[in-house]
Each structure stands twice: as structure tokens, then as C-alpha cells.
Design a protein around this ligand. Structure first.
Ligand code: CAA
Ligand code: NAD
Length: 295
């Protein structure tokens, strides 16, 4: 909160036009959240299908709220108008705040970040919604690392309160303050954390997933584990369902990044069930089949 307040003093960076790179599970949610809280946002992807899906999700949430009388038709229309779906790099040029939310692959992210830095004004802030990849590592692809930090949302974006803002070794205070201020404007609670693979939350969550994988390899059944964690332990969903919601592909990439960063503690299992599903292209909710079948 202190940093958000300081934003006015340290940084005159008022966000007029944001952009999110990637219109998948996270990019779509981030676009909706920004738009609904009044900051126009370009939603850029390389696949028209992803843009259509992102707009359809936003529309679905808004129509449900309209039906329940929580918003009126004007709010629905303004929110949708605040999202500009785009396949073109041209649309990014006027963005002064970027959130990169493409696939969890360090090389893809590095090239996407360098490309966008070359398009925008020098004072634009660039952030990454990476789950696990070190911000210092990604910053190496940029000429202006002072304008770069992590901005890690959680899934589903409209419902999850927390945003981790990750400070790289060259990130300026002004960049952190502007990012905290934007997260706050989006209705979220930001925490500022130092950089390392997995940051804060995924340093907790991925060892939990690793424990779950070990349990399965020791003979447990995923649905049994979920049942206990949900019904008896009281968590909103068990690890198998959560992995399906996150995306098995994303979870597998994250597991690789964590294993690379913490070779002893986070060593990848042979026959890790997450990797086995990934190898069978069972990506979870996003393509209809993971641990569970999804309609
Ligand atoms: N987007 C928008 N609205 C949604 C939604 C979505 N994806 N899913 C449900 N809703 C709406 C529902 O329609 C419902 O609306 P109404 O009140 O109008 O009926 C409302 O939100 C509440 O829905 P539910 O009653 O079904 O759900 P809930 O409130 O009991 O819990 C939840 C929702 C908080 C998301 C809960 O399911 C939960 O905590 N799930 C686990 C989420 C989690 O752990 N996420 C972290 C994933 S890991 C990550 O993100 C980091 C990473 O780097 C991989
Ligand atoms: P996703 O697979 O749903 O979406 C990724 C999107 O990026 C796809 O639509 C793809 O077409 C697009 N894309 C790929 N290359 C691109 C490019 N060069 N330019 C523009 N778009 C491009 O993935 P996701 O779950 O939304 O994850 C995105 C990022 O968010 C990852 O870094 C992931 O680790 C992180 N994240 C994911 C979750 C989660 O629960 N899924 C939570 C927090 C953070």
C-alpha cells in the first residue's frame, strides 16, 4: 500500500493504454480485469482462436453479472470496448504498460519481451506474468531492465486477490510503484517479492505438486487424493483438479524451470505423472482432458 501511494510521487506514469501479450487462460483474465476496472487494454495473440476465446470468456462473465443485476448494459459495453483484441504488433506501439503472458518458455518469453521493447516508447513499463522464470534471467533480453519487473497474477484472475510484484536486481522503484498501483487499480492486493525461480507462491505450490506426484507414484489414486483434500481437509480443490485448471502443459514447464533452479530439492521425478499427461497432450481443462475429463 505504501508503494502504491508513493507511485504518485515517484512515478508520473499514468497508464492510458495497457497491453497483454497472450490471450490464453491468464492473458484473457488479465484483459477482462483491466478493462472492467477502467484501464483500456490491447489483448495481443498470434492465434485468432485465442482472441475469440478471450473475448467470449469476458462476454460470458459480463452477461452473467448483467443477468444477476450486478451491472447494467452500459458497464457491459464499456468493459468489452476497453478490450482491443489484436494479432498485430502495430497495436502495441502506444501501450505504456505491458504484461507478457505467453507460454512458460524462457526462450519464447525472451524473444517476445525484446520484440515488444523495440516497439514501445522508452518509458513504457514491461512486466511478465511468468509463474516461475527468474525475472533477472528474463531481464537479460532487455535494454531497459529498470523498466521491467514480474507481475504474477493467479488463476482465475477475476477471483484471485493476490498479485506478486517481483523486483529484479535492476528494477527501479518507479517501476515497482507503478506496477503496484496498477494491480491496486485492478482491485488486487499486491505484494512485492525478491527474485528467484518460483518467487513466493510457487515456491510453496510446486513442492506441493511434487509431493502429490510422489504420492501417485507410490500408488495413490489422484481422485482419492482430491476427495480427501477437498471434502475432508477443506481446500477448494485438490491437486489433480488444480493442475487441470492451471494447465498440465504450463505445470510441466514450471516443473522443469523449478528443477533447473533447484536441482536437488526440486529434482524432476522419473515418470512424473504431470509429464506423462503432458506427453499424451492431455493439458487439462483447456483441451478437455487431463487427470479428469472436462466438457
Ligand atoms: N472467472 C470468473 N468468474 C468465475 C470463474 C472464472 N474462472 N469461475 C467461477 N466464477 C464465478 C462463479 O460463476 C460465481 O459467480 P456467482 O457468485 O455470480 O454465482 C463466483 O465466481 C464464485 O464461484 P464459485 O462459487 O464456483 O467458486 P468459489 O467462490 O467457491 O471459489 C475459487 C472460487 C476462489 C476460484 C476457488 O475455486 C479456488 O480457490 N480455487 C483454487 C484456485 C487456485 O488455487 N488458484 C491458483 C492456481 S496456481 C496459479 O495461478 C499460479 C501459477 O503460476 C500456476
Ligand atoms: P495458455 O497456454 O492458456 O496461453 C498462452 C497464450 O500465449 C496462447 O493463446 C498462445 O497463442 C499465446 N502466445 C504464444 N506465443 C505468443 C506470442 N509470441 N505473442 C503473443 N501470444 C503468444 O497459457 P496461460 O496459462 O495463460 O499462461 C501464460 C503465462 O502465465 C505463463 O507464463 C504461465 O506460466 C503464467 N501463469 C499461468 C497460470 C495458470 O494457472 N495457467 C497462473 C499464473 C501464471
Amino acid at each position: 500500500k505504501g508503494l502504491a501511494k508513493k507511485a504518485g510521487k515517484v512515478n508520473t506514469h499514468e497508464i492510458k493504454q495497457a497491453a497483454v501479450l497472450g490471450a490464453g487462460i491468464m492473458g484473457g483474465g488479465i484483459a477482462y480485469q483491466s478493462a472492467s476496472k477502467g484501464t483500456p487494454i490491447v489483448m495481443k495473440d498470434i492465434a485468432q482462436g485465442a482472441l475469440d476465446q478471450g473475448m467470449a470468456e469476458a462476454s460470458k462473465i459480463l452477461n452473467k453479472k448483467l443477468k444477476k443485476g450486478r451491472i447494467d448494459g452500459v458497464k457491459l459495453a464499456t468493459t468489452l470496448n476497453n478490450i482491443q483484441p489484436s494479432l498485430s504488433n502495430e497495436s502495441l506501439k502506444s501501450a505504456d504498460f505491458i504484461i507478457e503472458a505467453v507460454v512458460e518458455n524462457p526462450n519464447v518469453k525472451a524473444s517476445v519481451l525484446a520484440e515488444v521493447e523495440g516497439l514501445v516508447e522508452d518509458n513504457a513499463i514491461i512486466t511478465s506474468n511468468t509463474s516461475t522464470i527468474s525475472i533477472n534471467r528474463l531481464a537479460k533480453s532487455l535494454k531497459r531492465p529498470e523498466n521491467f519487473c514480474g507481475m504474477h497474477f493467479f488463476n482465475p484472475v477475476p477471483l484471485m486477490q493476490l498479485v506478486e510484484v517481483i523486483r529484479g536486481e535492476n528494477t527501479s522503484d518507479a517501476t515497482i510503484a507503478a506496477t503496484v498501483a496498477y494491480a491496486t487499480k485492478m482491485g488486487k492486493t499486491a505484494i512485492v517479492v525478491n527474485d528467484c525461480a518460483g518467487f513466493f507462491v510457487n515456491r510453496v505450490l510446486f513442492p506441493y505438486f511434487a509431493g502429490f506426484s510422489l504420492l501417485l507414484n507410490d500408488g495413490a489414486h489422484f481422485a482419492q487424493v482430491d476427495k480427501v483434500m477437498e471434502r475432508e481437509f477443506g481446500w477448494p480443490m485438490g491437486p489433480a483438479m488444480l493442475l487441470d485448471v492451471v494447465g498440465i502443459d504450463t505445470a510441466d514447464h514450471c516443473t522443469d524451470v523449478m528443477a533447473d533452479a533447484f536441482p536437488t530439492r526440486m529434482k524432476k521425478l522419473e515418470n512424473d505423472p504431470i509429464s506423462v499427461l503432458y506427453g499424451s497432450k492431455m493439458f487439462g481443462q483447456k483441451n478437455g482432458k487431463g487427470f479428469y475429463e472436462h466438457s
